[in-house]
Write a protein that binds this ligand. Structure first.
Ligand code: FAD
Length: 455
């Protein structure tokens, strides 16, 4: 008897982009039995030394972990990942304060290497003979409704035409597939660049040991800008400085760079090393950060966007990859529901996903202010303690925002709604307490004055 997996073999799916989300999507769809062809612009990263461009390591949390579990890879990756149990805040004098992510159940996020993760995902596709990888294929043009895609080999300039039943655009924040979708009526799109850019630096290992306590996400919050550091498997740290472009432009000479670091991140200077700091800073150009919202994510049963192509976000909630991985979980769940009927499934994918994706894009913007500024304020710490306490006594009812986003699978929109009613309750409680206090004081004064006048 033919299985669902057998009948899927006749559907040809083409994934454009073999980054984190494209390679995980290939695994999810390969597991369902589809004939999957993955086309990636770059060479096979398993053969290259370094990946140019974006962040070297990433924070993996619950949503990403679940999608990896579904293809049997969570344990492999967690063995390599480094747990980060909370934020380690560095103040201007170099004093540190630990702020745990989850005081009650001790959940943590994991620092994983982007290259390692991508390599594991690509290698795992070899378990599926129905998944085919094509490197050095850059998508140039497409007739999406006809399933016609045209690629070029960036090295030889050779061109290839591919015909497919379904194309999935996993080609990142500057997606070529999404650009082609712009020509279709009813496709909404907006992008926002923030005025801040980022550069990556490195804290080397110290006698083959971590130069700072490893199980934390280290943050140097400085109000209008911040620096963070995530641990790597080789005992080094990837340090990322996020700052307005206009501030980067002021740092022209070696002396400017050194003075700036001495003033704002003095405790990090000896860890990075003066010479290395100046060299690395000078050879790096600050990178842009873009947030992308669009809707719907599909056209008929022909095209689907996933990952950054659908919802690129600024990196401050550590959710870009996790949300992209969750797209894979969601697509699998919806395909199960509709018995692999793509027409119904893609439509439901768009409808279920877009509001959640837009919400996490907004939350990621908000979290930059929390990380670079609010964490240093007393009001933030009091709120966090209240949240932690209420979460402790009502674990199913009062889940703080960070926990629901990073340690649960609650839809992002629901996470934000929760936060809003929690704010509401706390604001009303504070207003009632303040009102009662004022009333008591007024009454006390009144009694005092009355008694004084009798005497
Ligand atoms: P990408 O990783 O961008 O992959 C797209 C792939 O498509 C690439 O391999 C590219 O070569 C290929 N491609 C592009 N154009 C074409 C074309 N025309 N033809 C063929 N192939 C093409 N997320 C987290 O969850 N946690 C974090 O801690 C975190 N930290 C981050 C820190 C920084 C500084 C940044 C910038 C991002 C961070 N992110 C984080 C977000 C995360 O990097 C992205 O969400 C994730 O990489 C998205 O994966 P993707 O596969 O959709 O896109």
């Amino acid at each position: 008897q033919a299985t669902q997996s057998d009948s899927n073999k006749s559907t040809k799916i083409t994934i454009v982009g073999g980054g984190l989300v494209g390679s995980l999507a290939a695994l999810h769809l390969g597991k369902r039995g589809y004939e999957v062809h993955l086309y990636e612009y770059r060479d096979d990263i398993r053969k290259s030394q370094l990946v140019a461009g974006r962040s070297i390591n990433l924070a993996l949390s619950a949503r990403g972990r679940r999608a990896l579990t579904e293809v049997g890879l969570e344990d492999v990756l967690l063995d390599h990942g480094i747990p980060m149990r909370g934020r380690m805040l560095h103040d201007i004098k170099g004093r540190t304060t630990f702020v745990p992510y989850d005081r009650n159940t001790n959940q943590c996020i994991y620092s994983v290497g982007r290259k390692h993760l991508n390599e594991i995902l690509l290698t795992a596709t070899e378990n599926y003979p129905n998944v085919h990888l094509h490197f050095n294929h850059k998508l140039m043009t497409a007739k999406l409704k006809h399933g016609e895609l045209n690629f070029v080999n960036p090295n030889t300039r050779e061109t290839f035409q591919v015909n497919t039943d379904l194309v999935i655009g996993c080609d990142g924040a500057y997606s070529a597939i999404r650009k082609h979708m712009l020509q279709h009526h009813g496709f909404d799109y907006s992008q926002t660049y923030i005025e801040h850019g980022y550069i990556e630096l490195c804290i080397p290992s110290n006698n083959n040991e971590f130069a700072m306590p490893p199980n934390y996400l280290h943050i140097w919050p400085r109000g209008k800008f911040m620096m963070i550091a995530l641990p790597n498997q080789d005992k080094t740290w990837t340090v990322t400085l996020f700052m307005p472009f206009k501030n980067f432009e002021k740092l022209k000479s070696s002396q400017d760079i050194l003075l700036f670091f001495e003033e704002h991140f003095a405790d990090a200077v000896p860890l990075i090393g003066e010479r290395r700091l100046i060299e690395d800073f000078a050879k790096t150009k600050p990178q842009h950060l873009v947030s992308v919202k669009c809707h719907p994510y599909h056209i008929d049963a022909k095209v689907l966007l996933m990952g950054d192509a659908a919802h690129a976000m600024v990196p401050f909630f550590g959710q870009g990859m996790n949300a992209g991985f969750e797209d894979c979980t969601l697509l699998s769940q919806i395909l199960d529901k509709y018995g692999d009927d793509f027409k119904a499934a893609l439509s439901e994918f768009s409808e279920t996903r877009w509001e959640n994706a837009h919400t996490i894009c907004d939350l990621a913007m908000y979290n930059y202010i929390e990380m670079r500024d609010l964490v240093t304020r007393l009001s933030f710490r009091i709120r966090k303690s209240v949240d932690d306490f209420l979460f402790w006594i009502m674990p199913t009812k009062w889940m703080p925002l960070y926990n629901s986003v990073s340690f649960s699978h609650m839809p992002y929109k629901k996470c934000l709604e929760n936060r809003k009613w929690q704010d509401n309750i706390l604001n009303r409680t504070i207003a009632t307490l303040t009102g009662t206090l004022i009333a008591t004081l007024v009454y006390g004064c009144f009694v005092y004055i009355k008694n004084s006048s009798i005497i």
